[in-house]
Design a protein around this ligand. Structure first.
Ligand code: ZN
Length: 452
């Protein structure tokens, strides 16, 4: 990976952001000769992994080989790890692709790579519960390594880009190839999200429970639940039956479902009532709370939390953000927060229509920054992009944490102070004081520069 500087930043174009790059130079003290040895060891390890796994591509980034070759010390960061209640200046050491030590100071001698981060924010690699990364097949698909891994999200959950018919390709040509750790929710529609021309559940024959169960059983290592999209453009009038089928499949394999809501045909109260403890509602804070949007989300036309939404929260249903192109409203979020309702998980819903020059999503770090504007502390916000989404996946021992022995996933950010213009999915604007900007991401013993 070439260490070119990442000074240009599409977010700063035309938005009047101060270009605060006082810390923009990498202090990466790599020793050239050892780096050469590392490369040799890495190749040998990759070959060995290739022999013992189904595919060498998948084995190498997903299971870093152990040994000194992968050792990295991150020095002098402001660590925020809500899983352990850690906030403050700590050094973080990675050995064999796992977190080896977190301490106020660690001797810098003998590490392959020492990265001085000069007080930058250091967190566990982010876990984005909503990212569409079936590039080249789903019309939403974008490159995971560019938009997720390189910007701090070491693990992503792709919610339903693939269905039973299209999952094998997702596995083979995307998940096993990308360095980002990708897991998926299987769309209850066999097609997944192929085209904007027709909703994947407009033909109910596509919602095939048997095919879903079979595909999940064959891909238990990658599929962590079932996705169903309810909305006029996705399911038309089939939303209720589709949810029932998603639940039937999920119950058979004992996994959660994630329900997407956008202007549903079936009244939203009826759909929310079906969600169980551990199930996820995504796009939770899409516009609602006004007379015109009363049918679209968790707030009534008077802006009050619906009884059905309150009951879902009490049952243990998780409210996910899933910002996206049309699914996050500052107004709605502020109304919900005034009633004590916060998202459990902050996810981006990055996809092909919201990561370009006009956003408004760009990446998970930007989505998190919007919640700093909304009043969450950095610790509260980072919890919602690390520990809580990891727990939602039943995976919180290995990811979303800097506990010793966990995956060596670390995200390093600049915190830019100033005036930052944030835009929601409806053109709503706010000016925040802080913006978290990816600086380096480490996964599997490798360091990734942000790609814009
Ligand atoms: Zn989505």
């Amino acid at each position: 990976m070439s260490h070119t500087h990442a000074h240009t930043h599409p977010h700063t174009h035309g938005h009047g952001h101060p270009h605060t790059h006082a810390h923009s130079h990498a202090h990466t003290h790599a020793m050239p000769r050892r780096q050469f040895l590392t490369a040799a060891v890495g190749t040998a390890a990759g070959l060995a992994a290739g022999l013992s796994h189904r595919t060498s591509f998948a084995a190498e980034p997903n299971t870093p080989e152990s040994g000194q070759a992968w050792d990295i010390l991150i020095r002098g960061g402001h660590v925020v790890d809500p899983s352990q209640g850690l906030i403050g200046r700590y050094d973080v050491a990675i050995r064999g692709g796992k977190i080896a030590q977190v301490a106020p100071t660690i001797d810098p001698a003998g590490w392959r790579e020492v990265i001085d981060v000069d007080g930058r924010i250091v967190t566990p690699g982010f876990v984005d519960l909503h990212a569409h990364v079936y590039e080249g097949v789903s019309h939403y698909g974008i490159n995971a390594d560019k938009y997720c891994l390189s910007r701090g999200a070491t693990t992503v959950l792709d919610p339903g880009s693939a269905g039973a018919q299209t999952f094998p390709g997702f596995r083979k040509y995307v998940i096993e190839v990308q360095a980002t750790r990708i897991r998926a929710l299987l769309n209850i529609s066999v097609t997944g999200m192929l085209t904007a021309l027709r909703g994947e559940l407009e033909d109910l024959e596509h919602a095939n429970v048997e095919r879903a169960i079979q595909t999940i059983e064959q891909n238990r290592d990658l599929i962590l639940g079932v996705k169903v999209r309810c909305g006029r453009g996705q399911s038309g009038p089939n939303d209720l039956v589709a949810v029932q089928r998603a639940l039937e499949a999920a119950e058979a394999v004992r996994l959660p479902i994630m329900m997407h809501i956008t202007n549903t045909v079936t009244p939203i109260d009826q759909l929310l009532a079906l969600l169980r403890r551990g199930d996820l509602l995504t796009h939770s804070f899409r516009r609602s709370g006004t007379p015109e949007s009363a049918d679209e989300g968790i707030l009534t036309s008077e802006g009050i939390l619906r009884t059905s939404a309150g009951e879902a929260l009490e049952r243990g249903v998780l409210f996910d953000v899933g910002h996206g192109q049309g699914s996050f409203s500052f107004d709605t979020m502020e109304m919900a927060m005034r009633q004590g309702v916060l998202p459990h998980t902050i996810s981006s819903d990055v996809h092909a229509y919201n990561v370009g020059e006009e956003g408004p999503v760009y990446d998970l770090a930007t989505t998190l920054s919007k919640f700093l504007y909304l009043g969450l502390s950095l610790d509260e916000a980072v919890r919602r992009t690390t520990a809580t989404p990891a727990a939602a996946l039943g995976w919180d021992v290995q990811i979303g944490t800097l506990r010793v022995g966990a995956e060596g996933d670390v995200a390093i950010f600049d915190m830019l102070d100033g005036e930052h213009r944030f835009v929601d999915s409806y053109g709503g604007e706010r000016v925040g004081r802080q913006r978290l900007v990816p600086w380096r991401t480490i996964k599997g013993g490798r360091t990734y520069l942000p790609q814009w």
